[in-house]
Design a protein. Structure first.
Length: 313
């Protein structure tokens, strides 16, 4: 039975610090990021790929502001949908080209995904999720006058923050399951999925929010029977006492360890905290291993040579 893997690409897999985020830059970054995924596919692993979309949604929102009164506005759920199409296409083309170069015959498909949330979720009243580029203090003050919420992310600057409700389920799970079971490499749950809530009559409507990619990825992984998640980010390990003289890399930790470190405040909200929470959810609902490592180290993480490896016990 082929091993079932979910690879969650973080924002740095597409846009690196100091880059403008051009399509050419994103293509080059994805080629590097996905090179390490190819050997897993070569070994017969069934793979689903999820991804973040913070910088892309941020740039879409900037375009919306710049085009006001000249083009129609885009609500945040539509911005997420637009980013899913753009990023999904870039990942699909990059991965297909790498597979072709390695003479691997596998189909890659992008699924536009909605994530159901509770319209009464209290988190909708508390913006916490960063999206878009970094701003200086002066730029942040000007943007606050437009009704934006911004939070400082030292030492980079300020970013817009939006509500991030809990995912209930991925609406397109059944379609993803069929493709996954058939051996298709699926790109799904981009940016955590398009946030929608259910009306009393069963219809759905989009809402102004962003669902956390890591939490949504873990929920999808549990539902479709994934055994291991590789959550890729800009650091090689999760750390205790991050950015302090006593900083310590975490190697192998249990769910109990993770909960203890969370309670002690070691992981930053909107950064490492949701990854640790996603790992806990995944392992407590049947997953075997949750790995956090740097994008360029994906194969080393998969083979156990680096990264933070979270297990149930």
């Amino acid at each position: 039975m082929p091993e079932r893997i979910l690879v969650a690409l973080g924002g740095n897999a597409l846009v690196r610090p100091a880059q403008r985020g051009t399509i050419a830059e994103q293509r080059a970054n994805l080629d590097r990021a996905l090179t390490g995924v190819v050997p897993m596919i070569q070994r017969g692993c069934q793979v689903v790929i999820t991804h973040g979309n913070g910088p892309q949604v941020g740039h879409i929102l900037i375009r919306v502001e710049a085009a006001r009164h000249q083009a129609y506005d885009l609500p945040l759920d539509t911005c997420v949908a637009q980013s899913q199409g753009e990023i999904g296409y870039l990942i699909q083309q990059s991965l297909e080209n790498l597979l072709r170069k390695n003479r691997i015959d596998r189909t890659v498909a992008v699924v536009l995904c909605r994530t159901l949330v509770d319209q009464h979720d209290p988190k909708l009243a508390k913006p916490t999720k960063p999206v878009g580029p970094y701003y200086s203090r002066e730029e942040a003050l000007a943007l606050k006058t437009q009704g934006w919420f911004l939070a400082e992310e030292a030492p980079h600057g300020f970013r817009r923050v939006v509500p991030s409700p809990e995912p209930i389920r991925i609406v397109e799970t059944e379609v993803i399951q069929r493709l996954f079971d058939d051996g298709v490499i699926v790109i799904a749950v981009g940016g955590g999925g398009i946030p929608v809530c259910a009306e009393a009559d069963g219809t759905m409507k989009g809402i102004e929010a962003v669902v956390d990619k890591d939490l949504a990825s873990s929920q999808l992984a549990v539902t479709i029977g994934v055994e291991r998640i590789l959550d890729l980010t800009s650091v090689e390990h999760a750390k205790l006492h991050f950015n302090s003289p006593s900083e310590e890399n975490l190697q192998t930790i249990t769910v109990a360890d993770a909960k203890k470190y969370l309670a002690e405040g070691h992981f930053a909200p909107g950064s490492m905290q949701p990854k640790i929470e996603a790992g806990i959810y995944f392992l407590e609902h049947g997953g075997r291993e949750f790995i956090i490592t740097r994008t360029e180290k994906v194969l080393d993480g998969f083979e156990g040579r680096t990264g933070t490896h979270m297990v149930l016990h």
